[in-house]
Design a binder for this molecule. Structure first.
Ligand code: GDP
Length: 440
């Protein structure tokens, strides 16, 4: 499983939260404790865990859930968002915007660099780019054989020379040989006499090749140590992006991802196995929703979207209401919204309106709304659009059709008139209600 037990633990704490009868401060704190334990076991840096805890606590206790969203769902969404932030702000794609696009791969021996070079060549081919691979590793003789075997399997041309001991010469030769390809991938040595010499060679190769992108490959099993490793490399060359490998089943993968996302260079791919197609584009939000159990989170997000749509609809109704053209038809829409979303007073409170909300809004009971809707159902389209024409004979007809007293029809008409009058006192401010700010 991805990231070892971390996903399992996170899912468990969310499920626990979902089962709670109510969400109060105590519950929020308990959930945070569960998350802390899971994250620290996954080697996520303690400071980051602390920061996350603070944000969740603050938001969960302060932010009002939008109407239609339960406090519990709201807290789950906050947890999801804060966990996602731990992995980076957004997703970054590899863009091949030049020909040939030169990619230099750097990273320590054993990080999965050579495997990743082959995986990426395969990925690019599926995207329609023809790529070629150059082996500049003169330090480890097996590197050439390994790369040769991997590239042969996927039918990608590869250049290298096991008898050459000058990496610069190999790079030059490869560059010349593959200059008509869409992408050239340069594999480099991951070991040397010492770290300084390894980094010196990397810098020299970078100057010679002048790559369009330098990709650092990092072993995900080293956890938060990934940060210092990434820093050491980025002090010598400009790291354009990072690929974190071995996230399949690694207990410390979560720590590695969160540590790396602090470095500045984006994670564009992750390695999730030894096979050639075990390479995935990295998208923090998608990754986290999968880790937490895709379905649940997805339906929650969809629910949020529906609420926003509802808010837009209410907003429209309010606009008509305030435009002075408020008809019985609008009143009907308003009643329908109220049935779904709760009392109008509450709905109006969600919207950025200035002025006092008329008192009679809150007075109307559900029974009344039901009765008024039945009455309006026996009105003609013309009457709904233009209530002024409803005189005595029409009142009688409508009352008969709805099975109510004439007085009930007149009561509805009175309610309509006061509502219309009250609405004139309103002024509408610019949009930007509480829901929008939460979804930003
Ligand atoms: P290099 O020394 O950096 O070139 O690393 P290699 O490409 O030789 O990989 C080292 C080992 O890690 C090999 O056994 C690979 O099969 C393995 N490896 C690479 N990437 C992944 C990955 O994403 N998941 C797993 N499980 N193993 C990987």
């Amino acid at each position: 499983t991805m990231l070892g037990k971390l996903g399992e633990k996170l899912r468990k704490s969310i499920k626990k939260l979902a089962k709670m009868p109510i969400v109060d401060e105590k519950v929020v704190k308990e959930v945070i404790k569960d998350l802390q334990r899971a994250l620290i076991q996954a080697d996520v840096n303690v400071k980051l865990v602390f920061k996350l805890s603070k944000s969740i606590e603050k938001r969960a206790l302060k932010e009002e859930p939008p109407k239609g969203i339960t406090p519990k769902e709201h807290v789950i969404k906050i947890v999801y968002e804060e966990l996602t932030k731990l992995l980076g702000k957004k997703s970054y794609k590899l863009k091949i915007d030049k020909k040939p696009y030169k990619i230099l791969f750097v990273g320590l021996q054993g990080s999965g660099k050579t495997t990743t070079v082959a995986k990426l060549a395969h990925y690019l081919r599926l995207k329609g780019y023809n790529s070629a691979v150059v082996c500049t590793d003169t330090w480890r003789t097996a590197a050439y054989d390994q790369l040769k075997q991997l590239t042969e399997e996927i039918n990608v041309p590869m250049y290298g020379d096991p008898n050459e001991d000058n990496p610069i010469r190999l790079a030059k030769e490869g560059l010349n040989k593959f200059k008509n390809y869409d992408v050239i991938l340069f594999d480099t040595a991951g070991r040397h006499k010492n770290e300084k010499e390894l980094l010196d060679e990397m810098e020299m190769l970078s100057k010679e090749i002048n790559p369009d992108e330098i990709i650092l490959v990092i072993d995900g099993t080293i956890g938060q140590q990934a940060k210092s490793q990434a820093k050491a490399f980025s002090e010598r060359v400009k790291i354009g992006s990072i690929i974190v490998t071995k996230l399949d089943g690694s207990a410390k993968g979560g720590g590695a991802l969160s540590a790396v996302s602090e470095v500045g260079a984006p994670i564009k791919f992750i390695g999730t196995g030894e096979k050639i197609d075990d390479l995935e584009e990295f998208d923090p939000a998608r990754f986290m929703s999968r880790l937490l159990g895709m379905g649940d989170i997805k339906s929650l997000i969809e629910k949020f979207e529906r609420v926003v749509e509802e808010e837009d609809k209410i907003s429209e109704t309010v606009d008509t209401m305030l435009s002075g053209k408020f008809t019985l038809k609008d009143l009907k829409t308003q009643f329908e919204t109220m049935k779904k979303m709760g009392p109008l007073k509450q709905i109006l409170n969600m919207l950025p309106l200035a002025g006092n909300i008329p008192k009679n809004f809150s007075k109307i009971t559900e029974d009344k709304i039901k009765k008024y809707c039945v009455i309006m159902d026996s009105m003609t389209e013309e009457e709904l659009e233009n209530p002024r024409i409803i005189k005595y004979s029409r009142v009688k007809r409508i009352a008969r059709g709805a099975g109510v007293r004439n007085e009930d029809v007149r009561e509805l008409l009175r309610y309509y008139k006061t509502t219309k009058k009250a609405l004139k006192g309103f002024e509408r401010r610019k949009l930007g209600g509480p829901i929008q700010s939460i979804l930003k």
